[in-house]
Structures are given as structure tokens and as C-alpha cells.
Design a protein around this ligand. Structure first.
Ligand SMILES: Cc1cc2nc3c(=O)[nH]c(=O)nc-3n(C[C@H](O)[C@H](O)[C@H](O)COP(=O)(O)OP(=O)(O)OC[C@H]3O[C@@H](n4cnc5c(N)ncnc54)[C@H](O)[C@@H]3O)c2cc1C
Ligand SMILES: *[C@@H]1O[C@H](CO)[C@@H](O)[C@H](O)[C@H]1NC(C)=O
Ligand SMILES: *[C@@H]1O[C@H](CO)[C@@H](O)[C@H](O)[C@H]1NC(C)=O
Ligand SMILES: *[C@@H]1O[C@H](CO)[C@@H](O)[C@H](O)[C@H]1NC(C)=O
Length: 429
């Protein structure tokens, strides 16, 4: 675990839109429920320029002797919430920031999560927060609703976090559960229908369109793959390729799906429309998935528009937050590189959920990866506490300095989280 305190980070501050007040740790959230978010959000000044830049020069700012929290969690989706509970279970304090930009914001129901299948995401988050509040009020804290983290500066032994309300706190570890956003086609109707009949994940929403009409929109080779993934749910599928199929598209399809033309068109009876979509139009005001019906307007061909109940699309994603840039975390394409323990290229900064490079984006992964990060963070903090407690004289006798103990601990670090198992095995279990 190495923390940096380069002057570079001070320079970074000059680009941070922040107020100067050093606030105490914020109050835990008591009763406010997510249903009332809209009133709260109206209060938030959206204009970053309203915040002033401050150069922090007090030495305490950079080398605090005591940290406000063990961990700062950025993100209030399933990843961040799981981290909050997990840390509390081992009496680690955390402060969770949530700017309320959830990837599944528009989703009506979440699926394929045990005990929560068909749950409204908002209700899920509210229930989780209430449970954490009730059970762990001494350890889990929430930053004021809709507070965004604007900057994170590594200190000698931890981090200083700045938010968009002018607050700043310190923590020993950071967990970023900041998620990704789907970059939708910039055409009328896509933004409104996303998560409401237009979707990318067969497991999440596919079952709602069982035996109903589906459009698959994408480049030929990937559209064929997607069509195959939903063919058990419905055989009433139309592929829309976004335009004429080029020789290149054809070659790619042939390489991945030899004989695709015969199988897809004739055997599976899936028409392929070589047109692009100009507009997606919802033809009902009822909002339940069973009511979903769309007119998909094409730039040519017949029939036009296509009538469908759902549409499977594949879109690129982008990081929801820019903290990875500010912290200069190593990237793997659009995702933040993490090791097996979910730690990024900056020691002490963990990245969990959709934002990391596990190539898996679902609620389970968000919760599981948060859990893993929490185990690692807790164990590494415990070890650091041990190290800090080794008397100088004892360290000197053993190996000259604390470096001796540090090496011993590094060895153990490799087996993080399995300490209890080892204990059991050592006893002959
Ligand atoms: C249409 C749709 C349907 C889906 N359906 C399902 C489903 O049925 N089942 C399933 O398992 N998965 C589903 N998913 C995927 C699921 O939504 C994601 O995998 C999950 O939300 C990832 O959780 P997360 O905690 O990583 O990120 P998110 O849930 O996206 O949360 C990110 C959090 O970080 C916060 N944040 C970001 N930057 C900052 C900052 N600077 N300061 C403070 N806070 C910040 C955001 O406000 C938010 O709270 C669906 C996704 C979509 C798009
Ligand atoms: C949320 O709003 C509803 C309706 O306005 C109100 O009845 C309820 O008391 C509010 N809840 C909280 C926690 O403020
Ligand atoms: C920012 O600074 C300007 C000029 O110093 C001042 O007028 C303004 O009130 C400050 N804004 C905030 C939010 O502190
Ligand atoms: C994520 O990045 C790490 C570190 O570079 C790498 O070891 C790992 O294989 C990557 N994960 C995936 C799924 O590619």
C-alpha cells in the first residue's frame, strides 16, 4: 500500500471548484426517504462556478493525525450500499456520497436478484438504507442527499475528499462505486424509452417480452448474437442493422456465424432490415412492461414503421464520474483497471460495480465486488493498525525498523480475507 503526496495534487486543487469551509463529518441521515428526493434536489445549485477555488495550505489539511472516517464510499447504487453495510459489520465507519445518477434510473423493475425480483429500484435502495440506518447508526453515515464528490486528494496516509456543497472530509480508504452511463443513439425517442422497452440486457428485461414482438438493433454480427440470446423468449424477432450491410459486415458475420444467412433468415425466420432507425415512438401512455408498444420509424423499406413491444440494443458506456481522471487511475478501455481485490492503480482506492474492468455489469456483481473491496480494505487497515502499534524498540531489535514487520505483513496481504480459514486449518480443521 503506497500513498502519494506529490505537489502535483496541490496543483490539482487549483482546478477544483470548491468552497473553503472545512466541515465536520456530516450528520447521518435519519428519516428522509428517497421518495422525497425531488424536493431536496431543487435546492442544489447546479452551477459549479458558484464554488470558489481555495488553496489549502494548513499542514493539518495534508497530514491529519486523525481521519474523519475509515472509508469514504462514492456512489449509492447497489455497489455503494453493499459497501456501507459490509464495513459496518466489522465496525468500520464510512461516509457515503450519492449524486443520484443511477444507471437504472429509468428502470421500472429490477430482476434476477434473489428476493428482489420485480422490485422497484427506488424502493430497493430505500429499504436497504433504512435497514442500514436501523442496524448500524454508529458506523454508516450518509452525506446530505444528492451530494457529488468533486475531488479526491491522496494524503500521506489516506485521502481528503471534497464535495460540491463545499464540504471536505478525510478517510483512510476510498471505494468508488460510481457506475457507468449508457450512451444512447442521439435520435428522437431513445432516451425516453431506455429501460422502458428499449434495453440491452436479456436477463434484466427480456422476460417481459416473452412471446411478444422484438426488434434487435445493431451491426449485423452482434445483432445476430443478440437475436440468438432472446430466441428462447420469443421467435417474433426483426433485426435492424442501421443501414446497408457492407462487405465488411458480411465477412464479420460469416466469420462468427458461418451460414448465418440461411439459418437466421430461413430456418429461424428472422427478417433482416438494412435500414437505420430515425425515431422511436411510444404508442401507449400506460407504463407497465405488459403495455409496452413502440413504432420504430425507419429511413426506408416496408413495413415502416415497425411495430414492436420491445427493442434490444447494444450501446457503448462511459464512466458516470470523472474521479478516475482526477485520480489518474489506470484504465482498461472505458473501465477502471482493478486487481483481484478491487484495488485500482492508486493504493487505497477501490473501484467496484459497473465502473471497474470485471466486464460484468449487474446488481450481483456490484454487491459482490463491493464486498470484496471491503474485506480487503478492512484487513489492510487492521494490519496497518498493528504495524503502527509495534514499538520502535521492538522493531529495531527484529530487523532494524518497521520495515521488517511491513514485509511480514505484505506476505500476508497476498492471502487477504482467508485469515479465518487459515486459523481453522492451523487447528487441524
Ligand atoms: C435499463 C437497465 C436495466 C437494468 N436492469 C437490471 C436488472 O434487472 N438486474 C440487474 O442485476 N442489473 C440491472 N441493470 C444493471 C444495474 O443497474 C447496474 O449493474 C448497477 O446499477 C450497478 O451498480 P453500481 O453501484 O456499480 O452503479 P450505479 O447503480 O449506476 O450507481 C452509481 C452511483 O454513483 C454515484 N456517483 C457517480 N459519481 C459520483 C460522484 N462524483 N459523487 C457522488 N456520487 C457519484 C451515482 O449518483 C450513483 O449513486 C440494469 C441496467 C439498465 C441500464
Ligand atoms: C415525503 O413526502 C410525503 C408526501 O409529500 C410525506 O407524506 C412524507 O412525510 C415525506 N417523508 C419524509 C421522510 O419527509
Ligand atoms: C466567490 O468569490 C467571489 C469573489 O471573491 C465572491 O463574490 C463570491 O461570493 C464567492 N462565492 C462563493 C460561493 O463563495
Ligand atoms: C482488469 O485489469 C487487471 C489489471 O490490469 C487485469 O489483471 C485483469 O485481467 C482485467 N480484467 C479483465 C476482466 O480484463
Amino acid at each position: 500500500m503506497v500513498f502519494f503526496n506529490f505537489p502535483f495534487w496541490r496543483l490539482c486543487l487549483l482546478s477544483l471548484p470548491l468552497a473553503s469551509s472545512l466541515t465536520v463529518p456530516q450528520q447521518p441521515l435519519t428519516a428522509a426517504s428517497e421518495e422525497n428526493i425531488s424536493e431536496v434536489t431543487q435546492d442544489l445549485a447546479k452551477d459549479d462556478s458558484a464554488f470558489n477555488i481555495t488553496d489549502y495550505t494548513s499542514p493539518d489539511e495534508w497530514n491529519p493525525t486523525k481521519f474523519d472516517y475509515d472509508v469514504v464510499i462514492v456512489g449509492g447504487g447497489p455497489g455503494g450500499l453493499a459497501a456501507s453495510m459490509s464495513l459496518a459489520r466489522v465496525a468500520r465507519t464510512s461516509l457515503l456520497y450519492d449524486s443520484q445518477e443511477y444507471r437504472n434510473e429509468q428502470t421500472r423493475y429490477m430482476h434476477d436478484v434473489l428476493g428482489q425480483d420485480g422490485q422497484v429500484p427506488l424502493k430497493f435502495r430505500t429499504a436497504v438504507r433504512q435497514q442500514i440506518d436501523e442496524l448500524y447508526p454508529d458506523y454508516s453515515f450518509w452525506a446530505t442527499r444528492k451530494t457529488k464528490v468533486m475531488g479526491i486528494i491522496p494524503l500521506e496516509k489516506g485521502f481528503r475528499v471534497y464535495d460540491d456543497r463545499g464540504g471536505t472530509v478525510t478517510a483512510k480508504r476510498i471505494i468508488l462505486a460510481t457506475g457507468v452511463k449508457d450512451v444512447l443513439p442521439n435520435k428522437p425517442g431513445f432516451a425516453e424509452s431506455f429501460g422502458r422497452g428499449v434495453f440491452w440486457c436479456p436477463w434484466c428485461d427480456g422476460h417481459d417480452y416473452k412471446n411478444r414482438k422484438m426488434v434487435v438493433y445493431g451491426k449485423l454480427a452482434s445483432a445476430i448474437g443478440s437475436a440468438l440470446n432472446i430466441r428462447k423468449l420469443t421467435t417474433d424477432i426483426t433485426i435492424v442493422t442501421g443501414g446497408p450491410i457492407s462487405k465488411e459486415d458480411k465477412d464479420e458475420a460469416e466469420a462468427r456465424w458461418p451460414g448465418w444467412e440461411t439459418v437466421i433468415k430461413k430456418t429461424f425466420n428472422i427478417p433482416i432490415r438494412e435500414n437505420d432507425i430515425t425515431k422511436v415512438e411510444r404508442t401507449t401512455t400506460n407504463m407497465e412492461p405488459k403495455d409496452d408498444e413502440y413504432k420504430v420509424h425507419l429511413n426506408g423499406g416496408t413495413p415502416n414503421p415497425l411495430i414492436t413491444n420491445g427493442m434490444l440494443i447494444s450501446v457503448p458506456t462511459t464512466q458516470t464520474s470523472s474521479l478516475h481522471k482526477q485520480l489518474r487511475l489506470e484504465m482498461d478501455g472505458k473501465s477502471v483497471k482493478v486487481k483481484k481485490n478491487m484495488e485500482s492503480s492508486v493504493g487505497g482506492v477501490y473501484v467496484v460495480g459497473d465502473a471497474n474492468n470485471d466486464s460484468s455489469t449487474n446488481a450481483y456483481h456490484a454487491m459482490w465486488s463491493a464486498k470484496r473491496a471491503c474485506v480487503d480494505a478492512h484487513v489492510s487497515m487492521s494490519k496497518q493498525e498493528y504495524l503502527d502499534a509495534v514499538p520502535e524498540a521492538m522493531a529495531a531489535a527484529a530487523g532494524g525498523d518497521k520495515e521488517f514487520y511491513r514485509l511480514q505483513l505484505e506476505e500476508l496481504e497476498l492471502q487477504i480475507g482467508s485469515d479465518v480459514e487459515q486459523m481453522y486449518q492451523a487447528l487441524g480443521g
